[in-house]
Every structure is written in structure tokens, then in C-alpha cells.
Design a protein around this ligand. Structure first.
Ligand code: KIV
Ligand code: NA
Length: 312
């Protein structure tokens, strides 16, 4: 597959082919998107919770984003890779925002950036677009503002707030943004923005009328889930474990990773990696404890005369 470019993404949206987007935080997660034909890979600031154990995205630093983005770009030959501007890296001044984006691009090699905000980020979106950096503003629910919003709440449900999102979307397009990320807004608002404006829309919790969809990779894989695959549709897919193995996995005493929050409506778990991982680690611990690992085929031999020579 050739590298996904802005032109590829525009062709996909013009031909009504949904664009697939997944987050990645390191080399192995980047390789999953690479090998499964995912179109875009996002180094999301969800890194803060799902990889570094913080309870909010506001704690992540630009340096940490860069460190992880470097590993992601090493594992991404094909997808269009973009990274979140973390909280605190662009609000102080236009100049600081531009400088930080240039630093992020130079050091990590990502193709573009995503920025949470409303009309106040338009000067930054315009400047970055003018100097040739692809920008995707993130509208609707903005997790970096969860505290001031009093939680992770659906946005754009009133006529007034839907209009504000629509208007901001239009201004972002005029400022040169190549795309929009629309999070947790009514599906018909997201579809109207997609239909009316000549800009690529990627949705999460925004219905299926957008040009593409994004999910957090750990939600898709069920990395932190204590359950087997959830959701009526997913139940039909192949289970990775036998009931017996599931039972053993559920008896584990490994520490449970912090789940960032109760799953929002828009999450669908497509796998049960958390269960599979615990099962594997439990088997390893048991095998070491009962000395069944390593067995002779997993150990190195020595010729008998060499051994005898060694002993004398
Ligand atoms: O940080 C993130 O993972 C994101 C996506 C959920 C859109 O911003
Ligand atoms: Na984010």
C-alpha cells in the first residue's frame, strides 16, 4: 500500500469510502494499524490515561507526546500519522503554539496535528495551515476541558450549541484546516457538517454520517476490560478463549490496570486482549513455579565430552 496522503484522504471522502482511524502510542500499536490497513494513526493525548496511568489528558506533556510519537512513526510506513497538541502547549500564545508544533513535527516525524478548541484556536489553525502543516481541529466534546465542562458530556444537543459547532466548523475550514474531529455530538449535526462543508470529518460518538471513524485502540482491543467481548454484534465473532481458559483467567490476582472511566456510549469493544493477556501471564507464572518452563527443548545442550572436560 502506498503512503496515505491528504490527497488519498480527500479521494476517500469524495468517493464516500469511510476513513479508518485508530490511536497508537508506541511501536507495537502503530504496527497494528500499519498491518491492518488503517488509513490514519493518531497519537492521541489519551496516551495520558491509557498508557501512562494519569486520570486526565491535561497531565501529559509535549515531551511525552514526542517520545511516544517517535515510536509510532517508526512503526508507520503507510498510515497518515498525526498527534494531539497536549494541554498547555499552544494556549499561551500563537508564537508558542507554532514553535511547539514545529518541534513536534521535527522531532517525531508526524504528518499533522490535532488541536482541541473553538474560535480561539483559529489564528493558530490559520498560521499552521499557511506554513504547510496539516491541522485537524477537534470540536464538540474536548476532553482537555472536562473539568470546566463538569465531565465528559455530549455537546451540541441544543439548537444554539449545535449552531455554534457548525459555525466554528465552517470557520476552521476557512482557516485552512484539512479536517475536523467531531467528538460526542448528535449524529445529525455531524452529518450536516460533513454534507455542507468541503472538509474531511472524523467522528467519535458522532454517528456514522462522518467521512471516517476513530476509536482508542485499548477500547477496541478490550485491553482493560474484565469482560469477554461485549456488545450484541461482537458476540458473534470468534472468542479467543475456551470457557475453561476464561475461568482460569478470571481467577488471576494480577493488578488490574486503571480504566480511564466507565465506557462512553460510543465505545465498542472488538476484542478481549485484557483477558487473553492475563491468561498468558498466568500460564507463564504457573509454568515457572512448577518448573515446567523451560523444558529440555527450550534449553541448550553441551556435548558429553565437553561437559566431562569441564568437570575435570
Ligand atoms: O486522544 C485521543 O485518543 C483522541 C481520540 C479519542 C479522538 O483525541
Ligand atoms: Na485527544
Amino acid at each position: 500500500r502506498p503512503k496515505v496522503t491528504l490527497s488519498t484522504l480527500r479521494k476517500l471522502s469524495k468517493s464516500d469510502t469511510p476513513i479508518t482511524v485508530l490511536t497508537a502510542y508506541d511501536y507495537p500499536t502503530a504496527l497494528l494499524s500499519e498491518s491492518c490497513g488503517v488509513d490514519m494513526t493518531l497519537v492521541g493525548d489519551s496516551l495520558s490515561q491509557v498508557c501512562l496511568g494519569h486520570d486526565s489528558t491535561t497531565q501529559i506533556t509535549l515531551e511525552e507526546i514526542i517520545h511516544h510519537a517517535k515510536a509510532v512513526t517508526r512503526g508507520s510506513k503507510t498510515p497518515f500519522v498525526f498527534a494531539d497538541l497536549p494541554f498547555g502547549s499552544f494556549e499561551v500564545s500563537l508564537e508558542e503554539g507554532v514553535r511547539n508544533v514545529i518541534k513536534l513535527i521535527k522531532e517525531s516525524g508526524v504528518d499533522g496535528v490535532k488541536i482541541e478548541g473553538g474560535v480561539e484556536i483559529i489564528p493558530l489553525v490559520r498560521k499552521l495551515s499557511e506554513i504547510g502543516i496539516p491541522v485537524m481541529p477537534h470540536l464538540g466534546l474536548q476532553p482537555q476541558r472536562a473539568t470546566s465542562l463538569s465531565g465528559y458530556l455530549v455537546q451540541g444537543r441544543t439548537a444554539q450549541s449545535a449552531y455554534e459547532i457548525y459555525q466554528t466548523a465552517s470557520e476552521m475550514k476557512d482557516a485552512g484546516a484539512f479536517g475536523l474531529l467531531l467528538e460526542a455530538i448528535p449524529h445529525n449535526v455531524a452529518k450536516k457538517i460533513t454534507d455542507d462543508l468541503d472538509i474531511i470529518t472524523i467522528g467519535i460518538g458522532a454517528g456514522n454520517g462522518t467521512n471516517g471513524q476513530v476509536l482508542v485502540i485499548t477500547d477496541v482491543l478490550g485491553t482493560y476490560s474484565q469482560e469477554d467481548i461485549v456488545g450484541d454484534d461482537a458476540k458473534e465473532s470468534t472468542l479467543v478463549e475456551t470457557p475453561n481458559q476464561l475461568q482460569q483467567a478470571s481467577e488471576l490476582t494480577l493488578p488490574t490496570p486503571k480504566k480511564p472511566s466507565a465506557s462512553p456510549r460510543f465505545v465498542r469493544q472488538f476484542g478481549s486482549i485484557g483477558m487473553a493477556s492475563k491468561y498468558a501471564i498466568n500460564q507463564y507464572v504457573q509454568a515457572v513455579k512448577d518448573r515446567s518452563f523451560p523444558d529440555t527443548k527450550e534449553s541448550y545442550n553441551m556435548k558429553k565430552d565437553e561437559w566431562d572436560g569441564f568437570l575435570t
